[in-house]
Design a protein around this ligand. Structure first.
Ligand SMILES: *Cc1c(COP(=O)(O)O)cnc(C)c1O
Length: 398
C-alpha cells in the first residue's frame, strides 16, 4: 500500500503525527449516507464518523441551523450566555428526565465529558472510582484513567489515581470490589453497551443492578452514553429507556450531528458540585454547536428518526441472519449500533473487502464488525449494503 499513496495520504504521511496509522481513504464530500473519496469513488458510509453523523452528511436542517447561527452570532466565550445554549440545555435536561433537579455543562468531546464526570467524582471527596475492564471513555488523562484497556493506558503512567477495574457484566465482582471499602467509593462508571470493545451488550438489568449497588454505598453512578445516546440505540438515552436513573450521564458523538460537542448532565447533589472557577472550556456550549444539536433534536421529532432506527435495525439483523454464513457467530447491539461477531479473526479483511466494493464498515475487534450508519439510512441503502456484505462473507468463507 505505502508505495501507492493517494495525494491526501501522502500529505498525511508527511505532516501528521502517526497516532492513527495511515487513513484508509481521503474523503472529499458526502451527502446523506454516501461519502466520496478523492478519486471520485462513492461509498455507503456504515460508520458515520464512528457513530457521529446521525443525520448523515449535508443534512439541510444542520446546514441551515449552523449557517443561520453564523450569520447571527458566532463564538461568544463562557463570559456570556446565548439563546441556543439555554434552549438545548432545557431540552437535554428534559430528555434526562430525572425526578431530582438537574444541571448540565457543555464541552467539545466525549473524553472531555467523561473528564468532567471524573472531576465530579473527585468532588465527593471519596477516593475510589470503579470502571470496567475493556471499557472505553476517551484519551485525555482522566478519561484514560477510567479506560479498561491497559495498552492505551500504560504508556502514559502514572495515571490519575483511585481507579479500579472489574469485568463487564459481572455484578458479583462489582459487589466484592465495592465491599473492599464501600465508604470510599466515589463513583462507578459504565457504558450501557461497550462500543469500542466490540459492541458488547450486558445481560438485561445490569445497569439497574449497578444502580442498586451504588445507591447502597452512596456512590455516584456515571453512565457514559457518548456512543449509545442520542438515538443511536433507538432511544435518546439507553439507560433512561431501561428505567435507570444515573447521577451523571455523558454525551458527545451524535449530539451535534457532526460538529464537535460533548455534554455532562448531573442530577441531585452532583448537579451542584461545580462552583465558579472549578471547571471551564473556551469552546464549550458555543452557539453553532448548540444550533446544530437543536437541529438534530428538531429533526428527530419531525422525521420520526427513532422509528427509522428501529426499523433499519430489524432490516440489518434479518438480512445478516439470512446470509446463513458460517462466518457469523452472533449479531448483537441495539438500534443502529450493531456488532457482528465472526467465527474467525477476519474483521479487518472484511472491512477492506467491503471498502473495495463501496461500503464502509469497521472492525473494533479482530473478530467483530461494527455497523453504525447514519440514523437516516433508507431501506434501499440497507439492502444495497447487505448485498455487498453478503458477497464479502461468501468470499471470506471460500
Ligand atoms: C468515543 C467514545 C468516547 C470518547 O469520545 P471522544 O469524542 O473521542 O473523546 C468516550 N466514551 C465512549 C463510550 C465512546 O464511544
Amino acid at each position: 500500500m505505502s508505495s501507492n499513496l493517494t495525494p491526501l495520504q501522502q500529505g498525511w504521511k508527511d505532516n501528521m503525527m502517526d497516532n492513527y496509522g495511515m487513513p484508509m481513504l481521503g474523503l472529499v464530500s458526502g451527502k446523506g449516507s454516501v461519502v466520496v473519496d478523492e478519486e471520485g469513488k462513492e461509498y455507503l458510509d456504515l460508520l458515520s464518523g464512528i457513530a457521529v453523523n446521525c443525520l448523515g452528511h449535508q443534512h439541510p436542517a444542520i446546514v441551515d441551523a449552523v449557517t443561520k447561527q453564523l450569520h447571527t452570532l458566532g463564538h461568544v466565550s463562557n463570559f456570556f450566555v446565548h439563546p441556543q445554549e439555554i434552549k438545548l440545555a432545557e431540552r437535554l435536561i428534559d430528555v434526562f428526565n430525572s425526578d431530582q433537579p438537574s444541571r448540565m455543562i457543555f464541552c467539545n468531546s466525549g473524553a472531555e465529558a467523561n473528564e468532567i464526570a471524573f472531576k465530579l467524582a473527585r468532588l465527593t471527596k471519596k477516593r475510589r472510582i470503579l470502571a470496567h475492564e475493556e471499557g472505553f471513555h476517551g484519551r485525555t488523562m482522566g478519561a484514560l484513567a477510567m479506560t479498561g484497556q491497559p495498552s492505551k493506558r500504560e504508556p502514559f503512567a502514572p495515571m490519575p489515581g483511585g481507579v479500579e477495574f472489574f469485568p463487564f457484566n459481572d455484578i458479583v465482582a462489582l459487589k466484592e470490589l465495592i465491599n473492599k471499602d464501600a465508604d470510599d467509593v466515589a463513583a462507578v462508571i459504565v457504558e450501557p453497551i461497550m462500543g469500542e470493545a466490540g459492541v458488547v451488550v450486558p445481560d438485561d438489568g445490569y445497569l439497574q443492578k449497578i444502580r442498586e449497588l451504588t445507591n447502597e454505598c452512596g456512590a455516584l453512578m456515571i453512565v457514559d452514553e457518548v456512543q449509545t445516546g442520542m438515538g443511536r440505540c433507538g432511544e435518546l438515552l439507553l439507560s433512561r429507556a431501561q428505567g435507570v436513573q444515573p447521577d451523571i450521564i455523558t454525551l458527545a458523538k451524535g449530539l451535534a450531528g457532526g460538529l464537535p460537542m460533548g455534554a455532562c448532565i448531573a442530577t441531585n447533589e452532583a448537579a451542584n458540585y461545580l462552583t465558579p472557577g472549578l471547571h471551564g472550556t473556551t469552546f464549550g456550549g458555543n452557539p453553532y454547536a448548540c444550533a446544530a444539536a437543536n437541529a438534530v433534536l428538531d429533526t428527530f421529532e419531525k422525521d420520526n428518526i427513532l422509528d427509522n432506527v428501529r426499523a433499519m435495525e430489524k432490516r440489518f439483523v434479518q438480512g445478516i441472519e439470512n446470509f446463513n454464513s458460517p462466518l457469523v457467530k452472533n449479531i448483537r447491539g441495539k438500534g443502529l449500533l450493531i456488532g457482528v461477531e465472526l467465527t474467525a479473526e477476519v474483521a479487518p479483511k472484511a472491512m477492506a473487502l467491503a471498502r473495495e466494493k463501496g461500503v464502509i464498515i469497521n472492525a473494533p475487534r479482530p473478530s467483530v464488525i461494527r455497523i453504525a450508519p447514519p440514523l437516516i439510512i433508507t431501506a434501499e441503502e440497507v439492502d444495497k449494503a447487505l448485498a455487498v456484505l453478503s458477497d464479502v462473507f461468501i468470499q471470506l468463507s471460500e
